[in-house]
Write a protein that binds this ligand. Structure first.
Ligand code: FAD
Length: 454
């Protein structure tokens, strides 16, 4: 590869990077390059049976490449400014930004159906039981349609002059008369860098930040399980809200527990991070199971003397991985409550058939801290007042599900760090946790770069 110079180098072609590129293509004359270590979306094929092996960048990757972690995801667009981050920290009119992002997805083929209307009754029922229901307008693209939407978006970006450099990893960032991005076979020079590296690049970015003197701090972590139930149990709610968000405080510890990433008629999947495993879920528009799954997560914030939530979360994940023999632990809720491990015989008696079979039936209380297990049981009991049946003995729990958030970069309202002309956006900078929110920060950072360049 030849050495080349750009006005703006965007690292990462996930939603943050792509939407930043769009904004720059539309409103500036900058020479812009988007670099991603993963493949083009058309070459990123992950069928269900390969899902568990897809977390590293080869042979087909769920987290890396054009479209980013969102590229092969379920494609649920949460069209609300305080979901997946808080956009009000950076812009006064975040709703405008969200409308703009939604319209771009629609232009490139996202389905017109919008979930999340007429939710007053559900909000009322939840608050009568001390639960906060968050009404969110949502669009569901589905992991089968999303690649087409992203391909079409890339085509428009290329037509508008954006250059893409795929399957190239940025190894180092150096500051000298602008920035130098060191690749295996060349150097990219740029006046501005916008790092949109997502979760998969977060550790690398944190190391670069340390080297470059960029300020960061630890963020909270979410630890819990993936809950799987027959889809009929949540059918009425799903018909109104595709990914219903319930926020609960538990009686014993007053801890914050929430539902997250509901996958109606979906599948539970395993994520392999090498030193530990975790679970997740996804659903497609066309391939449907008889179950619905969602993450049920406890928010953990640490204060003095230990603030490193990542180290804490990793040690829990590693312990769960050891107990499960490098597979997720599967337990019936009834077994967890009764203090006994699940076995295949017990699970087979249950009328919920697990969608992920590559698991170890076991005892989640051997893997997760007592406080988290108590929060999960109490939280599900509370939620059952709004969704009857959710806390039945046959309900399946997969552990661990851990949502690590990246080190939070200290930024100004334009998403510029304390290192001049170094901007960040999206999940990798700990600013967001979702497709729409990361896309929004990409646009905000692009606008920040344009302001700075004036
Ligand atoms: C299985 C799954 C399902 C999900 N489902 C949903 C959902 O339905 N709705 C929702 O809102 N969110 C969902 N998410 C989360 C969502 O995908 C992310 O929040 C979003 O993609 C973050 O966007 P981003 O641009 O910040 O980073 P990413 O999308 O993670 O993109 C970062 C990109 O940077 C690249 N990169 C990293 N380091 C380097 C480097 N050094 N050099 C070059 N390239 C690099 C990576 O290859 C990657 O492509 C899901 C995530 C997963 C894993």
């Amino acid at each position: 590869m030849q050495n080349a110079s750009y006005d703006v180098a965007i690292i990462g072609a996930g939603p943050a990077g792509l939407f930043a590129a769009y904004e720059l293509a539309l409103k500036s004359n900058f020479k812009v390059i988007v670099i991603d270590k993963g493949k083009d979306i058309k070459d990123r094929k992950c069928s269900l049976q390969f899902f568990t092996k897809c977390l590293k960048c080869e042979p087909c990757n769920i987290l890396c490449g054009l479209g980013g972690a969102g590229g092969l995801s379920d494609g649920k667009l949460n069209l609300r400014a305080d979901i997946g981050g808080n956009l009000k920290e950076f812009v006064d009119e975040p709703d405008e930004l969200i409308k703009e992002i939604d319209s771009i997805f629609l232009k490139h083929g996202a389905p017109g159906k919008l979930y999340g209307k007429n939710l007053k009754e559900l909000e009322k029922l939840a608050s009568q039981h001390g639960i906060k229901f968050i009404p969110i307008p949502q669009r569901h693209i589905g992991s089968d349609l999303l690649p087409k939407v992203i391909s079409s978006f890339k085509k428009e970006l290329e037509e508008k002059g954006i250059e893409f450099l795929l399957e190239k990893e940025v190894k180092e960032i150096e500051k000298e008369d602008g920035f130098k991005l060191i690749l295996d076979d060349g150097v990219i020079k740029a006046k501005f860098v916008l790092a949109c590296v997502g979760r998969s690049g977060a550790d690398w970015l944190a190391k670069q930040a340390k080297k470059l003197g960029i300020k960061t701090r630890h963020a909270p972590i979410d630890i819990g399980v993936r809950v799987e139930i027959p889809s009929v149990v949540m059918e009425d709610i799903i018909n109104k809200a595709w990914d219903p968000k319930f926020h609960i405080y538990t009686p014993t510890y007053d801890d914050f527990v929430r539902t997250f990433c509901t996958c109606p008629n979906g599948y539970v999947v395993m994520e392999d991070y090498g030193e530990y495993i975790s679970v997740n879920g996804h659903s497609t528009l066309h391939e449907k199971s008889n179950n619905t799954n969602f993450a049920f997560l406890v928010r953990i914030e640490l204060t003095e003397p230990i603030e490193n939530t990542t180290a804490y979360g990793k040690s829990i994940a590693k312990m769960a991985t050891t107990i499960g023999g490098k597979k997720p632990i599967l337990q019936r809720l009834g077994d967890l409550k009764a203090g006994r491990r699940s076995t295949w015989q017990r699970i087979e008696k249950s009328y919920v058939e697990p969608t992920l079979k590559n698991v170890t039936p076991g005892d989640i209380s051997m893997a997760l801290p007592h406080r988290i297990v108590t929060d999960i049981i109490e939280g599900l009991n509370k939620l059952a007042k709004v969704i009857p049946g959710i806390n039945e003995d046959s309900t399946l729990l997969y552990a661990p599900e851990i949502k690590f958030y990246s080190m939070r970069f200290i930024v100004n309202k334009n998403l510029e760090t304390n290192l001049p002309n170094f901007f960040v956006a999206g999940d990798g900078a700990g600013l967001t946790r979702g497709i729409v929110s990361s896309a929004a920060t990409g646009i905000i950072a692009a606008r920040g770069i344009m302001k700075k360049a004036k």
